[in-house]
Design a protein around this ligand. Structure first.
Ligand code: URA
Length: 237
C-alpha cells in the first residue's frame, strides 16, 4: 500500500499533509525517513511514525459514542448537528457512518464504523441483534400491557412487533426494554400502542456491546480489540 494512502486510511493525515510531512522528513518507516508519498509499505507490519507519533494500522475503525440529545444519527444534515460532528477532524476524514439509527431525542450507545459489510450484517432483520433501552414512560405499565409489549403489538402500517423483553422498575413507569429489530420509532410506537408515551429513551446495549459508563454524553472511544472480535463473531454460527 502507498504510504500516503496508509496515512489517510488511518485518519492520520490528508494526502497533501502527508506529502508535506514527508518532505520535511517527518515520516519514518521502520526507522528510516520516507522519501516519497508513493513509498510502498506493508500496512500489517511496517512501523510508521508520523511527526513523532506511532501510527496504528486498522483496516476498519470502530467507535462507541454516547449520543447526547439533539444530535441526529446521520452522516450529514442541513439543519442539525450529526453524531459525526462530535468526532475530531482526524476521524471525520474517514468514511464513518452510524450503524443503525437513534431518534434525535434518544441518547446512548451508538456504534460508528467504516466497515459496511459488518454494519449491513448487524442491521439485517434476520440477524435479530438485540438492543436494550432504558426508558421512562408517562404512565405505569400494567401486567397486561407488559405482556402485550412482550408478545407483540401493532405499530405503523399494521406491522406486529417481534417478541421483546421488558423489566420494570418499582413504580412500573421505567425500566429496560430489549428488542431484536429496529423499526422506525419502534419503542415510542410500541408504548403508544398500549396508550402510553415514552418520555425518555436511552440505548444501553447493541448486540454484544454495552455502553461504557465512563463515557459522558457526547463522548466517544475506540472499541477494544475484544469488543471488535465479539461484534465480528456476533450472529455467526
Ligand atoms: N425506538 C425509538 O422509538 N426510538 C429510538 O431512537 C430507538 C428505538
Amino acid at each position: 500500500m502507498r504510504l500516503d494512502k496508509f496515512l489517510s486510511e488511518t485518519g492520520t493525515a490528508t494526502r497533501s499533509e502527508s506529502a508535506k510531512a514527508i518532505r520535511r522528513g517527518g515520516v519514518l518507516v521502520n526507522g528510516v525517513a520516507a522519501s516519497s508519498p508513493a513509498l510502498q509499505i506493508d500496512p500489517e507490519t511496517a512501523a510508521v511514525i508520523y511527526n513523532g507519533e506511532p501510527v496504528e494500522y486498522r483496516k476498519y475503525t470502530y467507535i462507541m459514542l454516547n449520543k447526547p440529545e439533539g444530535v441526529v444519527s446521520a452522516t450529514e444534515d442541513g439543519r442539525d448537528r450529526t453524531v459525526l460532528d462530535l468526532l475530531p477532524d482526524k476521524l471525520r476524514r474517514l468514511n464513518l457512518f452510524p450503524c443503525g439509527r437513534l431518534d434525535k431525542n434518544t441518547v446512548g450507545l451508538m456504534l460508528l464504523t467504516d466497515n459496511g459489510e459488518l454494519a449491513h450484517r448487524l442491521l439485517a432483520p434476520k440477524s435479530h441483534v438485540a438492543k436494550s433501552y432504558r426508558f421512562e414512560a408517562e404512565r405505569a405499565i400494567s401486567d397486561e400491557d407488559k405482556a402485550a409489549l412482550e408478545e407483540g403489538v401493532y405499530i405503523a402500517g399494521g406491522y406486529r412487533t417481534q417478541p421483546s423483553t421488558l423489566s420494570l422498575d418499582e413504580g412500573r413507569k421505567s425500566g429496560v426494554i430489549t428488542i431484536t429489530e429496529g423499526k422506525y420509532h419502534q419503542i415510542k410506537l410500541m408504548l403508544e400502542a398500549v396508550d402510553n408515551k415514552i418520555l425518555k429513551l436511552g440505548r444501553i446495549t447493541f448486540g454484544p456491546l454495552v455502553l461504557d459508563g465512563s463515557l459522558a454524553r457526547g463522548e466517544w472511544r475506540f472499541l477494544t480489540e475484544q469488543e471488535i472480535k465479539q461484534l465480528e463473531s456476533h450472529g455467526r454460527n
